[in-house]
Unconditional design. Structure first.
Length: 238
């Protein structure tokens, strides 16, 4: 079975300049995801999808492949995951490489554990004939059934009824169905759904996590928080 690990690392981050290669505890941020993939017990082809040759050199230094550069037009703020995944598969098809499924590891999760990576791949290998993809999720404490949008200066509920409950936005949260948020920690998808324009598909397997199991880097102060966590991990290993 061919497993492709894709690590997206575009160079144009606006919130934190060059976030994906910013140093964290002595290493560029994306190096952590490369090393996690290398330590995985499943044999994966590890490719960094980037629009920058400088980023590509760093990726290769840490042991990832960069057989192509991502075009600038699909490396913008509003570019989608689907675009870079489809591009990668198209480039790899030229060398007659078609993976059975894809594991996406975003560089912004340096504390991602190899144990969870192994577990998600194990589960998806077992269930991929019945599911299109796997997403890691966490419980969401703000119920979307109580949310609104504004149209023509009028408050419009997102849901007027759920499970036979009318006006769910006026109900106690405990009376409403539990909901979950995709946290971006690990995404896995069958390759064959991409040709139909999807990267999640119709049937998604939920891998439930807790809010304490992951630490995403979005803002400058997240680097300091995660660096402290990595230092704690390092002391425990000693």
């Amino acid at each position: 079975m061919k497993i492709l690990c894709l690590i997206p690392a575009r160079s144009g981050s606006k919130g934190i300049q060059h976030k994906n290669i910013k140093f964290l505890s002595g290493k560029p941020l994306m190096a952590y995801s490369i090393e996690q993939a290398q330590q995985c017990k499943y044999n994966m082809r590890i490719i960094v999808s980037t629009d920058s040759e400088d980023y590509a050199k760093i990726a290769r230094h840490y042991g990832a492949e960069t057989p192509f550069l991502r075009p600038s037009k699909i490396s913008q703020d509003l570019s989608t995951d689907y675009e870079f995944i489809e591009h990668a598969l198209g480039e790899l098809k030229n060398e007659n490489y078609i993976p059975d499924f894809i594991v996406q590891l975003r560089p912004t999760y340096p504390t991602r554990t190899v144990e969870i990576l192994n577990d998600t791949i194990r589960i998806f290998k077992e269930k991929r004939d019945s599911y299109d993809s796997l997403r890691t999720v966490i419980p969401f404490d703000k119920s979307p059934f109580k949310m609104y949008r504004i149209e023509n200066n009028t408050l419009e509920p997102l849901f007027r009824e759920v499970n036979g409950i009318k006006e769910p936005y006026n109900q106690c949260r405990q009376n409403l169905p539990n909901t979950y948020l995709h946290n971006g920690y690990i995404d896995i998808l069958n390759t064959n759904i991409v040709k139909n324009g999807y990267i999640s598909g119709e049937k998604i397997y939920p891998y439930l996590m807790t809010g304490d199991e992951y630490h995403d880097i979005d803002y400058e102060n997240d680097f300091k928080k995660v660096e402290d966590i990595l230092n704690i991990y390092a002391k425990k290993k000693c």
